[in-house]
Design a protein around this ligand. Structure first.
Ligand code: ZN
Length: 324
């Protein structure tokens, strides 16, 4: 194939994944970075470093990199390639596209990270062929993507589809970052919320494997909870099921609002698979309206935690006229 690779970047709230992707959506090299606690200058430096690592690996193997696509958890002004404002990252009116293009010497395309993930799953993944679909990415926060009537929905200012900030418990915990709200879906079943609930359960049940992990000084984060749950620890399974139930309440709202064909769940937390989706489906079956509740499929993202990276790559491929 004459077209070389593009680099897709998923810039999450605490970590970054970059990958070299060819027009058939094969991933040739990946680089990860932590973006936790970076200020704006450090964040931009981190992004450039990860992209350069991937580019060097490809060019070192005699390949070419033709463009870069970046998904950012941020309100994006698509026309000007600006990162306008972000709940989780120190980005305020940053000309992200032009800054990156200047530093990299490559064409750069930017979009909201969850919109990129929605596009990847809609065009190539778990929502392929759907006319109406929603996507929730459960990571540090919760990103949302919406396809209604066969078109991606961005809202009037590009700030729409913030599905993670629908309220599911009016007097619930404070939401994350710059969100002024309480009891948002993000506050109840993001990776951050899973870590919080699992830590609480670990304190309440010290004889569980989760409790022992806490006593041993291990940090109770999503991947550890998922590992213990797969090993059969009931406390860890309960923590994931609790988050799954909250997820189900959020999805029931989406189902009643949109009557979607499919709701796709991605992000790092979906590593828990059916331990998360089973309880969510049970809540939707009990709470959503018929016939929408029977029609909707609630499934894991085909590309798991890589949907955002692949969607950003697809954006770059589209941008240079070599659509995947
Ligand atoms: Zn919120």
């Amino acid at each position: 194939m004459s077209t070389g690779c593009v680099i897709g970047v998923d810039l999450g709230g605490t970590k970054l994944l970059a990958g070299a992707v060819d027009p058939a959506l094969n991933v040739h090299h990946r680089a990860t970075r932590s973006s936790r606690g970076d200020d704006q200058a450090a964040l931009l430096h981190t992004v450039v470093g990860a992209i350069r690592e991937v580019r060097d690996a490809i060019e070192g193997a005699s390949g070419t990199v033709e463009a870069v696509g970046i998904g950012i958890p941020c309100l994006i002004d698509a026309e000007r390639g600006m990162a306008v404002t972000s709940t989780h990252l120190p980005l305020l009116d940053v000309p992200f596209r032009d800054l990156m293009a200047e530093r990299l010497g490559l064409p750069v395309f930017v979009d909201n990270d969850a919109n990129a993930a929605m596009v990847a799953e809609w065009r190539f993944g778990a929502a392929m062929g759907a006319r109406d679909a929603a996507l929730l990415t459960l990571g540090t926060g919760i990103g949302g993507g919406l396809v209604v009537g066969g078109a991606l929905q961005r809202g009037s200012q590009g700030a729409g589809a913030e599905l993670g900030h629908m309220v599911v418990q009016a007097d619930g915990p404070r939401c994350n970052g710059n969100c002024p709200n309480r009891g948002c879906l993000e506050a109840m079943c993001s990776g951050t919320a899973l870590a919080r609930e699992a830590s609480r359960i670990a304190r309440e049940r010290p004889s569980s494997a989760l409790g022992h992990a806490l006593a041993d000084g291990r940090e109770i984060l999503g991947p550890l909870v998922t590992e213990l749950a797969f090993d059969g620890d009931v406390a860890a399974i309960d923590a994931i099921a609790l988050c799954g139930s909250w997820l189900g309440i959020g999805i029931a709202n989406l189902v009643n609002m949109l009557n979607p064909d499919v709701v796709v769940v991605g992000g790092g937390v979906i590593a828990a698979g059916e331990l998360l989706l089973g309880p969510a489906r049970a809540v939707v079956a009990a709470r959503a309206l018929s016939p929408s509740r029977e029609h909707v499929k609630i499934v894991a993202a085909r590309f798991g935690a890589e949907s955002g990276m692949l969607g950003a790559a697809a954006l770059a491929l589209d941008g240079i006229g070599a659509p995947a």
